[in-house]
Structure formats: C-alpha cells, structure tokens
Design a protein around this ligand. Sequence first.
Ligand code: GLN
Length: 399
Amino acid sequence: MPLLSERVGTFTDSVIRRMTRISNEYGAINLSQGFPDFDPPRVLLDALAKVSYAGPHQYSVTFGAQNFREALARKVSKTMGRTVDPDTELCVTCGSTEAMMAAMMTICNPGDKVMVFSPFYENYGADAILSGARPIYIPLVPPEYHFDLKLIENGFRQGAKAIVICNPSNPSGKVFTRRELAAIGALALQYDAFVVTDEVYEHMVYAPNVHTAMASLPGMFDHTITCNSLSKTYSITGWRLGYLCGPARVIDGARKVHDFLTVGAAAPLQEAAVAGLELPESYYTELQTIYTRKRDFFCSGLDRIGLKHNIPQGTYFVMLDIRAFLDLPQFQGYTDLEFCEWMIKNIGVAAVPGSSFFREPVNHLIRLHFARQQSTLAEALHQLEKMAALLPDTKQSII
Ligand code: GLN
C-alpha cells in the first residue's frame, strides 16, 4: 500500500475528542470535551425551525452570508471598540477550529516560528504542523499560570511571526489582564509580528476578572487576527459557526484559504444564528451569571469532597491535581491518560489528561469542565466523592 504523508505521522488524533468517544462507550458523565448539555436560546431554535422551510439551503457567499456578517459586525464592534466592516474585516468559518487553521495558513510560510503558550488547546500544535510553522512554547506556569515576558521578547527576537493567545485560556482558565495583553501587544508592534487570538470563552469570565480583546488595544487591530465562534456563547457547538476578524489585508488572504478549505459555513445555520447575534446585552450578562453559578457550585463541591483544583478566572474548565492519587500503591506508574481511563471505567466521570495540553512533562493534572446542568454536575460530584474516598486524608485545599 502506498505510504501516507509524513505529516500525518507527526501528530495524534485529538485526545479531547478521543476521551468523549471512550466516555460514550462506557456511559460515563462526560466532563472531558467542553460542550454544554443544555439547549441553545429559544430564539435560535425557533429561527432554525423557520429556516428549514424558508431556506437558504444552498451555499452562502463563501466568506459568510451578508446578513450574518452584518449582525456579527454589530456584535464584534462592541468588543473591539471600533466599527468592524462586515465587507472587509470578517470571514465566517466552520467553527473557530477552521478560523485558527486559516489564520496560521494565511500568515505562515513553512519554517516560520509561532509562539504558543503551554499548556495550550491541543489544536494549536496540529495547526502549526499543518501550516508548516514551528512552535516556540512559552510556559504558563501553574498554579497561577504566570508567564515570563522576557521569553516572549526572546521569541520575537528569534523572528517569531506570531504569538497565539487563548484568552480566556483553555485549559488553565487564565484571563489575561489588560496590562499583560498590552505588554505582549507592544512587543508584537515592536517586532512587527501578529497576535492570533482565540477568544471563544469571551463571555465566560468571572468577576473581578474582565475580558479584554487584544484587537481593542491602541494600535493592535492591524496586528491582531481574532478567532472566535458562536459555539460557546450560544451553546451551539455542533453548528460549527466561527469567524475571523482582522485587518482587511489579512482577511482578504484568509478568505482565499477558507474558500479552498471548506467553501463556507452551513448557510441555513448562519441564517438561523442571526437571531442569536441580535440578542440584547442582558443575554450575555445572564450567561455570565449562569456560568458563575456553575463554577461556584462545581468548585465548592470539589472542595467539599477534598479534591485539589484551581479556580478558573474564565472558561468552563477546572484543573484537578491528581498527585495524591498517583502516590497511592494502586496507581503507581500510571500516566494521567491511564488515570483518566481508570476514572471513566471505575468512577463514571470522563476528564482530559493534562499532558495533552502541556509541552512540559506534566502528568499530575487532569481537566474537567462544568458546562453541564446542575443535576449532571451534582451527579458527577457524587461519583467523584467515591474517588476522593480513596485518599487517606481528604482535607480540601486549593492549588
Ligand atoms: N474547546 C473544547 C475543549 O477544549 C472542544 C472543542 C472541540 O472539540 N472542537 O474541550
């Protein structure tokens, strides 16, 4: 049989999505791949029902239907603090996943260096390989997930073409402060590089933290490519609606890449999603309240049963420290992946091994998410209590 490309041998399938498959196989409560188990807003469902008869059912404009881009521009303009032009500064993609891939392919030549924080959302590694870029990893050091600006400057000095910032950050839950973003942005300007952001969790930020869009900082719009999606904000991860926002010259290039990658995002879903983009500001405040409640419920539950964890500033992810378990004789020599497999089979809860996010050899963290109904979270905590009972001393502490 003919050989496959060398490229496909250089990365694995997504561990996040693999954990979902294993979880389904064993009927576990899936807190691995992050997506909600509750319905999207009613207006979206009603709009979708209407679209099924009224259409459109054929291709939309490849870079996004005009009315969708116009509604999107109105929403994005608020975050960016400037008027975003739907005709030149937006490209609608199949999820933020395609947005990030298209961004990398638009700005990178084979061999170009791109800085990526570690831990990072696993797609960025594969995106770098697929676009021919060479990642330079910048540690985000747990438990605070701080970074060293000197390392970033060093990366730019080595000629890095871009830095990827996931803000709020998956899996660490870090929300980059305005000050941190300004410092990174200043370096990007100084070294004439791009900042590529992934801001899909922009509305899942917990007080007193606030989300700042990199592109909204003075002078940064022309150097920033923002990847975002409707998946998390409107609980429609399966609709695969994402977008790129950036300066016209970049978007012009990205639209070409996007056209040949996927032609376009689903036309009927774009039409239905306009109703979501037009929701009033109160929708986002309410969403924030709902997720704050979930975070507090889940984190206090973990405290109560004595499992060590971080407290995310944003996103819907929590990192659990499993060192105490790995010290037990029955888990001697376990990798975090083996521990997660054990959890699915014996505890009935699915998590993602931390090693799939870290460049460094980190084996003691696993990621859980709380985008679940209260009853599901309560059930998961109940199951996790059985796991906590294995520990000799189950006193809670925060890492
Ligand atoms: N961002 C989600 C996570 O990290 C999953 C997104 C996806 O699988 N496309 O779990």
